[in-house]
Structure formats: structure tokens, C-alpha cells
Design a protein around this ligand. Structure first.
Ligand SMILES: [Ca+2]
Ligand SMILES: [Ca+2]
Length: 216
């Protein structure tokens, strides 16, 4: 389990080789809660999680006119948020798993499609920690992605690694997620504008799975 939010902080459930803090990010044109650059908790944590649990993560946004906005986490950054100097961004080995699993719901008035994304060094700009893409903004950060339609009530989603592909923008020359499973840098849930310029996602029980079968 990456995070079940039950401790109501902005840090994932750290364990061997897995630690990090949730963050939000956006194109700067709209309004997002939690605000980009702010601590994820408390405004990114809400009471009433999936499966009768205590708490879940949440991000809302509106008015985005650029690429959009999202919420994400670096998966192997021990000490992030505690250190005076930001620690190196590490790699997480997900090769023991075959899918991402998460439970989410949307309170947006318009149907929301969220891109579930995994970034590796080859997809991330070399101007960012751990990235090796060429540094040209329009060509990098084309992470391995799958599109999920959110529902009004909590629903569990399974996203097979094998179904996560680079999008049809920027460079599409990363070697493929299945050959980079040992080098996962970050997980994102992204709402691309204009179709998803307004969003309201509550998410919970985010983790990696084995023996996965895809469900939408
Ligand atoms: Ca929970
Ligand atoms: Ca936590």
C-alpha cells in the first residue's frame, strides 16, 4: 500500500525503499486545493475514506486553461519534508508488481477523466531531479499514462502497467514502462484541461498490486 491516508498526514506509508510526500502541481492558470507548493495536509485530507475508513486524500481545482493540474508523489524520497536540504529523488523498484490500484470518487459537476501516470528518468526532464529527458519543456514529462473515468461514488480502479503508455505529445521514445519498472520516480493523478479544467477527486487506498486484472 502506498497510502491509505489513515494517519491523516501528507506522507505516504513509508516502508522499505518507499517514502515520499504528496504534492499538487498545475499550470498556474487556475485555482487548486491544496495549493501547489503548499503542504498537502491538512487541506488535502478529508474525513470519510473508502471502505468505511477514517480518511482519504483529496484535491480540487477549477479554471485551468493550460495543460491542467494534478496531484502526485515521489515514491522513494526518504526524509523529504523533514530535511533542511531537499534529499535526492530516488527510484522505486515496482518490478514485483503488475498494476496500480486505487479507489476514487469525483464530486465534480462535469464527468472527470483522470490520467494515472508513472514517471521514470527517461520521461522526466533532465532539469528536474532524476530526469534524463532532453530538457526541452515541450518534449519531456510525457509519462506512462492510462485514462480512468471517475465515478460519483467510491470505486476501485486497477491500472495494469502493461496498459500505461506515453501520450501523443512530446517525445514518445521512452523504452516502455515494462522495461523500466525498477526505475519509478513518481506517481501522478493528472487532470488535463480543457476537458477536466474543473475537478474534485477524493482518492484512497493507493497501492501496487500483483495478479491484477484490469477493471474500470
Ligand atoms: Ca483511508
Ligand atoms: Ca500518511
Amino acid at each position: 500500500m502506498i497510502d491509505d491516508f489513515e494517519d491523516m498526514d501528507g506522507r505516504i506509508n513509508n516502508n522499505a525503499k518507499q517514502d515520499g510526500y504528496w504534492f499538487t502541481y498545475n499550470d498556474g492558470t487556475g485555482t487548486q486545493v491544496p495549493a501547489a507548493g503548499a503542504e498537502f495536509a491538512p487541506s488535502g485530507i478529508v474525513a470519510g475514506g473508502a471502505n468505511s475508513s477514517v480518511a482519504a486524500g483529496k484535491s480540487t481545482g477549477m479554471g485551468f486553461t493550460g495543460y491542467g493540474a494534478g496531484v502526485g508523489v515521489h515514491l522513494n524520497t526518504p526524509g523529504q519534508g523533514d530535511a533542511a536540504v531537499a534529499p535526492p529523488i530516488g527510484l522505486f523498484d515496482a518490478s514485483a508488481y503488475s498494476c496500480l490500484v486505487f479507489t476514487a470518487k469525483s464530486a465534480s459537476a462535469t464527468p472527470n477523466t483522470v490520467l494515472v501516470q508513472l514517471g521514470t528518468p527517461s520521461t522526466i526532464s533532465n532539469l528536474e531531479p532524476a530526469g534524463t529527458c532532453n530538457g526541452i519543456a515541450s518534449q519531456c514529462d510525457n509519462d506512462y499514462s492510462a485514462s480512468i473515468t471517475l465515478t460519483a461514488d467510491f470505486k476501485q480502479h486497477t491500472v495494469l502497467f502493461a496498459d500505461m503508455k506515453q501520450g501523443s505529445y512530446g517525445l514518445m521514445n521512452a523504452p516502455g514502462l515494462m522495461s523500466e519498472l525498477t526505475k519509478i520516480v513518481e506517481l501522478h493523478f493528472q487532470f488535463n484541461a480543457p476537458a477536466n479544467a474543473t475537478f474534485d477527486m477524493t482518492f484512497d487506498d493507493v497501492g501496487f498490486g500483483t495478479a491484477c486484472s484490469a477493471t474500470q
